[in-house]
Design a protein around this ligand. Structure first.
Ligand code: ARG
Length: 494
């Protein structure tokens, strides 16, 4: 896509498009201040697609001549090509992409171009463009999420059985399988996908034909253009159609949750790659050096994902604040939605892509993780559970084990280095079999509950995801085919 800044042809105002009743040209500062072209030019494909459907409907309904509709459609296709190849002659006084395209259509086909805007306003046009844009971005983001889930799954499967400390409060809590930790993130991203799918389903209705706010006296068929655009239906209320930006807010809020999830893993990557943990080594291609300390390899990509999370939260607050207390229907404030919408979409996609690539280039130092578990007191809960099984009330067992841990710490020994004699000082319930419970490597396998970190339960999760993706790919394919068909319908609109 070309940048609209590149053009420096003779300035022209929008007088031709909306300035009929004005005696003065828009002040140069006012134009500069109110322009949105640099951002909304990213919606040019959606804008042209929407116009093609609209003009096809106008032709089919006999609101304009079929030949006129054909002429307009041909002009629009040429404009799309110009924009695709960077040959679109932007003019310096261009306000937004919608007016730029219409102005160019006038240049190409003359006054018949003016018929395109029959029974439509920029208000329903912009809302249509945004819905088309987000629908596509959501499909892509869901693909990025699946790719990331698969990368996590691949590590979880490859390192099945590897032990690591599980944390609460960032204190070692209980031994877990590395796969269980990684699969926890797969769960989070699955919920994100369902939030995106939900948002996509809700936004996939056409506002086109609401016109400025009240509808139109022309005998339009809103369902016709909606079907051409692959919308599942039309919006019910013309006022709501042009004043609604819930779909942008829902979209950004889902992006914010995705980023929040990514930031948690990013934080773990920063910690785990430190000298203190050494649980992972991030490949050189994804770390940076220090200009002064030669020994350093900094986890900048993880830090940036963590940092960009704040940026996407900002986009959400930006949009919520823009919409707060806006009276119905369209207000120019709403033009400000482009920045947060585009920024959230681009930042979230970029963060998912970089993390997926970085994860692929990350080595898990399994021996270091295992050694960490072997050298801590994280089997304490196992011993409390052991006593509870022998009939000691759990609260009492907890107290006993706390004393044992204090004793072990004071004597600088690990729990599995304690003798049965010493253990008997704390409770007569201990028997020889306690040593099996004191071995951290046996801890995960003792968990019996569904969804636990036991190898059996983790295997079940791995099987679940494998099955789930085999099925999902069929759905995805059907979905894609549907969108492709809609694309084809577009091509033969007139
Ligand atoms: N650039 C504007 C926007 O994105 C177009 C809509 C203008 N509508 C209006 N009534 N002035 O919001």
């Amino acid at each position: 896509m070309q940048s609209p800044k590149k053009s420096n042809s003779r300035p022209r105002t929008n007088a031709k498009l909306w300035g009929g009743g004005f005696t003065e040209e828009l002040n140069a500062l006012a134009l500069e201040f109110s322009k949105s072209l640099e951002l909304d030019c990213k919606l040019y494909k959606e804008d042209i697609r929407g116009s093609l459907a609209h003009v096809a409907m106008l032709g089919a309904q006999g609101i304009i001549e079929k030949s006129e509709a054909e002429q307009i459609a041909q002009g629009l296709r040429q404009i799309e090509q110009e924009l695709d190849t960077g040959k679109f002659p932007f003019e310096s006084a261009e306000e937004d992409i919608h007016l730029a395209i219409e102005r160019r259509l006038h240049d190409l086909i003359g006054s018949v171009a003016g018929k395109l805007h029959t029974a439509r306003s920029r208000n329903d046009q912009v809302a249509t463009d945004e819905r088309l844009y987000l629908r596509q971005r959501i499909t892509e983001l869901m693909d990025h999420l699946t790719a990331f889930q698969r990368a996590l799954f691949e590590k979880a499967e490859r390192h099945f059985g590897a032990l690591m400390p599980g944390y609460t409060h960032l204190q070692r809590a209980q031994p877990i399988l590395l796969s269980q930790h990684l699969l926890a993130y797969v769960e989070m991203f699955e919920r994100d996908k369902s939030r995106y799918a939900d948002c996509q389903r809700r936004l996939n209705v056409s506002p086109l034909g609401a016109a400025a706010l009240a509808g139109t006296p022309h005998p339009i068929d809103r369902r016709y253009s909606a079907a051409l655009l692959g919308f599942s239906g039309i919006t019910r209320n013309s006022m709501d159609s042009v004043s609604d930006r819930d779909y942008v807010i829902e979209f950004i809020s889902t992006c914010a949750i995705v980023m929040m999830h990514l930031s948690r893993l990013a934080e773990e990557f920063v910690l785990w790659s430190s000298q203190e943990f050494r649980f992972i080594t991030i490949g050189d291609a994804f770390t940076t050096g220090s200009s002064i300390m030669p020994q350093k390899k900094n986890p900048d990509m993880a830090e940036l994902v963590r940092g960009k999370t704040g940026r996407v939260y900002g986009d959400l607050i930006n949009m919520l604040t823009t919409m707060k207390a806006l009276p119905l229907a369209y207000n120019r404030d709403m033009q400000e939605d482009k920045f947060p919408m585009l920024d959230a979409a681009e930042t979230t996609a970029a963060s998912l892509k970089i993390f997926t690539a970085m994860l692929g280039a990350t080595t898990f130092n399994l021996e270091v993780m295992r050694a960490a578990v072997l050298q801590d007191y994280s089997t304490a809960t196992d011993i409390a559970d052991y006593l509870a099984k022998k009939g000691v009330p759990f609260r009492e067992a907890h107290e006993i084990v706390a004393q044992i841990v204090r004793h072990a710490v004071e004597h600088r020994v690990l729990l599995n280095e304690l003798t049965l004699d010493v253990l008997h000082r704390f409770s007569p319930a201990f028997e020889q079999d306690v040593f099996d419970y004191l071995n951290p490597e046996h801890s995960p396998a003792r968990k019996r509950s569904e969804g636990s970190t036991s190898p059996k339960a983790v295997k079940a999760q791995l099987r679940f995801w494998k099955k789930c993706w085999a099925r999902a790919s069929v759905w995805l394919l059907t979905d894609r085919l549907m969108l492709q068909n809609n694309g084809k319908q577009d091509a033969k609109v007139c």
